[in-house]
Ligand binder design. Sequence first.
Ligand code: SAM
Length: 290
Amino acid sequence: MLSDVIDLLADPVDGTDLSAGDEQWRTVVSESGHSYDVARQGYVTLVGGSGLRYSGDDASMIDARETFLSGGHFAPFVESVTHNVEAVLDDAALGADARPAIVEVGAGTGYYLSHTLDTVENSRGVGLDVSTAAAKRLASAHPRVGAVVADAWSQLPLRDSSTDAIMVVFAPRNAAEFARVLSPKGEVVVLTADAGHLAELREPLGIIDVEKGKVERMIAQASGHLEPVASSQIVEFTMNLDQASIAAQIGMSPSARHIHPDVLRERIAELPDSMEVTARAAITRLKPLR
Ligand SMILES: C[S@@+](CC[C@H](N)C(=O)[O-])C[C@H]1O[C@@H](n2cnc3c(N)ncnc32)[C@H](O)[C@@H]1O
């Protein structure tokens, strides 16, 4: 709930602290007097200036993501992200009564954040996404998640040095803002698709491969604000996917926007009833340059 994370949130216009505007949490207000409505589903849109420039994943992509992830096909990815966040928090040696603050940027349905919150005792999380369809899911994803609609490319509606760990899973990264909001021992855990991910589906479905050197480019783009704590680790495994799961996988990805649904349906129908598909990503811990 928003009440679990309000002490992390900041006004997107001027960065002043936010607090509840009334006892029912219908609004949150900033010290400078700006007021933001809390939607009846429980999320708050924290966007300043000219409003949102992106809409993010639409409702059908979020539905497809929920369907695919609920099949457990990405379990090794979620385990690895949670394990790395735990390592960050262990290394930070927060006190016994700490309530670790975890933010997921581009959180989607909250699958990764919820798993991590379940694993890390006393933790609470902000699920931040530019998509209102995602925020609706995030608001009910976990009792200790506060759901926020915000743009990762703008000033994040988070207080300076407030966040113990940031998770980014196949989502945008704003290195300068991450460095600003991380606590002194805080780190970012990034999961990035790597070349070979979904390799068996690329040619038959006509979807573009992950470009080589993507992780290296991500690290180079973050330099100046963040640096790797250690070498990236590859997480690779084989999934057994039936046609419905493949349709959900493609439906939750950008490919869904580039291929006509009828064409996609025809191509999926020509695949075997079930097939082995490679999942491959790199996981990287990054810390702010101090
Ligand atoms: C590929 S999905 C990953 C979702 C989630 N991390 C997962 O793996 O299940 C990317 C997510 O980033 C969100 N997104 C895209 N652009 C964004 C932006 N500028 N700011 C915040 N979120 C954004 C999308 O709406 C979508 O939910």
